[in-house]
Structure formats: structure tokens, C-alpha cells
Design a protein around this ligand. Structure first.
Ligand code: TRP
Length: 332
């Protein structure tokens, strides 16, 4: 059977190098002529955390541009916005009625918030909206609406995938086997360090931006923290942020040479220069494509409506069957 690969990207913030290495690059590798691939922007999921409409809009744009510049070809994959497929919400409600509240009570993100509230001695529901609570149901709808068979996600999404499978199974058991129970393709965790050595994350303020000018890239690399060993001092490449980042972009031979250079006492300034050119070499064509697309909002809007036009009939067909299965259809 043909694999149907589907994954969503929550549109909060602007992608950084860590997102590129951990999500964009591995997902695009799965695109192949004998698979169907569905990539979408989970913009309704973003509303859970972001209440600034301008931020939502610019994130949708930046995330879309990041994927397109990195090689997502809308002729080979379906590429669309979640919000352009209203049937997702119809399915969400149907699934809400199959999803046990107890199941959702156990969701890690929700539980963490409750625990945080309990720790600070406040009301345990403080600042928790229903969007956060039912996040896994919307995610299940994203997946089930297109009968996805395989869903590439990071290890942090494994529980959501179990929930999607559970909810689909419950629906199939109660009504009829209309939903495809999807498999998770858990991607290896790519642990990309930020400029302070901790995991690269917007919330740590330690990111290296992805779609930026050469100058900005240079500046971000200059900021990476090193120890105070001098040129000529032998250095340890293990646990070195510069080396870890370098190894994501360099080939085997370059990596071996760099290890030797550490032993031989290469200076931090020179490592940074090498790191810059390794990253820049890979990003150069991506940056060029980005600059070409950036100022063409019509192109993005056309792509979105094109994507929705292609996939919406599939969603409508499934929802039609589901309505019938639950008894909401033409009276006979
Ligand atoms: N929850 C996913 C994340 O934060 C994003 C997402 C939303 C998703 N809907 C999805 C991923 C459906 C895969 C399939 O990474």
C-alpha cells in the first residue's frame, strides 16, 4: 500500500537552525515518488499560545517560506494551511465525542501546566484554555482527516500520536472502520545546541537564525560561548558547541580534519570561521530562494489556496461518510 505521510508545523515564531535540522530537513527527506506527502501549517494550534494576530500572520509566512526555500515542492507534496480546511473542525467535534476526558487529562503539556499551578499554590486551572486541553484532539483530526498512514514527529509528540490512535480506534469500534489508525514515525532527536550550549530554543534566547543575512549569521556565530583556551592550546572537541554545530553541516572528512585541528590547537576564531562557511554553504541556495519568495505575498496566497483546493475534496468525502455513520445526514 502507498504510504501517506503527513506532518504539521505549529506556526509560532520564526524557524531557527535547530528547526531546520530537527524538523524541516528530515521531513523533506521522506518525500518520494511512491509516497503521498502532506505538509501543513498548524495555524489554529498556534492560537493556543499566541494571542497577537500580527505574530500569527508573520509566523505563518516565515514558516511557509522556510519550508519552501528548503526544498518543499508543492508539485510533489500537498502543502496547505490547517485553517483552510474547515472540515478539520467538524471532525474535531466528532472525535471529541469519542475521546475520553481521562485520556486528555494525562497529556504531558496539560499536566505540566497543572503541576506548575499546583506548585505556585494557585488555582490548578490558572491560564489553561480549552485549546491547550483539547490540543491532542485537533491534532488527531489533522491526521485522520486525510487517512494518513505515517506521521513523522519528534519524540515529544509520541504521546499525541498514541492519543490519535486511541481516539481513531474508539470511533472505529463505536461506528464503523472509517478512520485509518496512523503510525508514528518518531524521528531521532536531533540535539542542536544554541549559542550558550543549551538546547537551541527561542525560550532560551540562544538561537542561530535560519533565514537571515550572511552578516547576521556571522554575528550569531561570533556570540557562541567558548572556553578561554588560547590558539596553540590543544582542545577537546567533545562537548564543544562549535564542534557539535559544525558536525551537522560538514562532511565526514571535514569533521575528521576538524577533530585533528582541535588537538593541534586551532584558535576559536578560526573554528568560528570554518563553522560560518559550513553553515553558509548549505544555506546559501536556501537564502537565495527565500529572498526571491519573500516579497511575493500573492505567490504564498496562491500556493495556500491551491493546496486547499487539492486536498479539501478528500476531507469533504471523509466527513460525508462520518456524518452518515453517526446519523447526521439526509433523513430517509
Ligand atoms: N503538535 C505538533 C508539534 O508541535 C504539530 C502538529 C499539529 C502536528 N498537528 C499535527 C504534527 C499533525 C503531526 C501531525 O510539533
Amino acid at each position: 500500500m502507498r504510504k501517506r505521510i503527513l506532518t504539521g508545523i505549529t506556526t509560532t515564531g520564526t524557524p531557527h537552525i535547530g528547526n531546520y535540522l530537527g524538523a524541516i530537513k528530515p521531513a523533506l527527506k521522506l518525500v518520494a515518488p511512491d509516497n503521498d506527502s502532506y505538509f501543513f501549517l498548524a495555524d489554529f494550534h498556534a492560537l493556543i499560545k499566541q494571542t497577537d494576530p500580527n505574530e500569527i500572520e508573520s509566523s505563518v509566512k516565515n514558516v511557509a517560506l522556510a519550508w519552501l526555500s528548503s526544498g518543499l515542492d508543492p508539485k510533489q507534496s500537498y502543502f496547505y494551511r490547517q485553517s483552510d480546511i474547515p472540515e478539520v473542525h467538524e471532525l474535531t467535534w466528532i472525535l471529541n465525542c469519542s475521546a475520553a476526558k481521562g485520556l486528555l487529562n494525562r497529556a504531558h503539556a496539560y499536566k505540566a501546566k497543572v503541576a506548575e499551578n499546583a506548585q505556585s499554590g494557585g488555582d490548578e486551572d490558572k491560564a489553561i484554555n480549552m485549546g491547550l486541553f483539547s490540543y491532542p484532539v485537533l491534532m488527531a483530526a489533522d491526521i485522520l482527516i486525510f487517512n494518513a498512514t505515517h506521521v513523522p514527529v519528534g519524540p515529544d509528540q509520541a504521546q499525541h500520536m498514541e492519543m490519535a490512535r486511541d481516539i481513531a480506534g474508539k470511533f472505529n469500534h463505536t461506528y464503523s472502520k472509517l478512520l485509518t489508525v496512523p503510525e508514528a514515525l518518531i524521528q531521532n532527536e536531533v540535539s542542536v545546541p544554541g549559542n550558550d550550549g543549551r538546547k537551541m530554543s527561542k525560550s532560551y534566547n540562544n538561537i542561530i537564525p535560519f533565514l537571515c543575512s550572511e552578516k547576521m549569521l556571522q554575528k550569531s556565530i561570533a556570540k557562541i560561548i567558548t572556553n578561554s583556551l588560547e590558539p596553540g592550546d590543544s582542545k577537546d572537541h567533545n562537548s564543544c558547541t562549535l564542534f557539535q554545530l559544525y558536525s551537522f553541516f560538514a562532511n565526514k572528512e571535514q569533521i575528521e580534519n576538524m577533530k585533528q585541528a582541535y588537538v593541534d590547537g586551532i584558535g576559536w576564531g578560526d573554528v568560528k570561521k570554518e563553522l560560518f562557511s559550513a553553515i553558509n554553504n548549505e544555506i546559501l541556495p536556501i537564502r537565495e530562494k527565500y529572498l526571491e519568495l519573500e516579497n511575493q505575498p500573492d505567490l504564498l496566497n496562491d500556493l495556500f489556496s491551491d493546496g486547499a483546493r487539492k486536498v479539501r475534496p478528500q476531507a469533504q468525502e471523509l466527513v460525508g461518510k462520518l456524518r452518515e455513520a453517526v446519523g447526521i445526514s439526509k433523513i430517509v
